[in-house]
Design a binder for this molecule. Structure first.
Ligand code: SAH
Length: 234
């Protein structure tokens, strides 16, 4: 009997961790989405997915109250930061606005804490995500398992080379800034696929590259600031 009560308590505790309260509640998340809308994000599916995913569970407890501040790139350890909700919304919208619509198969370079991964996991059918820092990847894997994602494959590798085995992809997102566009990534785009990545060292810009039947079309959409893409794995 005691055991059964303890079990029930555990279930409630577990649920509260994901549901949140106060600054981590559904209402706070809905407000975040309202502000994203005011700032020009229009894609309804992206907005609805961002209202569902509990961003606070991806950051450490002491920072959870700040998880829905729009412009905050909070630390996630190892000198890395979680991308801001606004940047996640912008990149996700660019991905879904491609001519072929919401992509089915997506590759993400730079898993970090896994928040962008979780958004992609709700948008796409299959997500492949590559991270060079093993403990970060393991933590993201646990968080997504707890949230019951079954469509995300993790790979501990240097994302400069993409993940050729599972390609080609309808969409590729990179969440660290490269000094140049890695040719391995454009090569892993399907025809009709779109690559979104920050490029630059001092000055960074967000590039959108579309693969057509015969060529790659490249445009620059925003000035941005990301942590650098680093070679090798740890
Ligand atoms: N979208 C993530 C962003 C984290 S910051 C989030 O919101 O949490 C960028 C991530 O890219 C870091 O986790 C960093 O370790 C990773 N990264 C940097 N260079 C990389 C590379 N060459 N291959 C794979 N991941 C890389």
């Amino acid at each position: 009997m005691d055991g059964a009560l303890a079990m029930a308590g555990e279930v409630r505790l577990g649920a509260a961790k994901f549901t949140g309260s106060g600054m981590t509640s559904d209402r706070t998340r809905a407000r975040m989405v309202d502000v994203l809308r005011q700032r020009g994000i229009k894609h309804e599916k992206v907005l609805s997915v961002m209202s569902e995913v509990p961003r606070h569970v991806f950051v450490e407890e002491a920072l959870q109250e700040r998880a829905y501040e729009l412009d905050k790139a909070l630390p996630i350890g190892f000198g890395q930061t979680i991308s801001t909700p606004e940047m996640v919304a912008i990149m996700s919208e660019l991905l879904c606005d491609r001519p072929g619509g919401v992509p089915k198969k997506v590759l993400e370079i730079g898993t970090g804490c896994g928040y962008q991964t979780a958004i992609l996991g709700k948008l796409a059918k299959d997500v492949y995500t590559v991270e060079r820092i093993a403990p970060l990847m393991d933590k993201a894997r646990r968080t997504l398992r707890d949230l019951r994602y079954y469509n995300v494959i993790f790979k501990h590798a240097d994302g400069h080379f993409g993940y050729a085995d599972a390609g080609p992809y309808d969409g590729i997102i990179m969440t660290a800034a490269a000094s140049h566009v890695p040719q391995e990534l454009t090569a892993q785009l399907a025809v009709g696929g779109r690559l979104i990545l920050p490029v630059g060292v001092e000055q960074q810009q967000l590039y959108v590259i579309d693969r057509t039947e015969s060529a790659f079309q490249q445009r620059v959409v925003h000035d941005v600031r990301f942590v650098p893409l680093v070679s090798g794995i740890v």
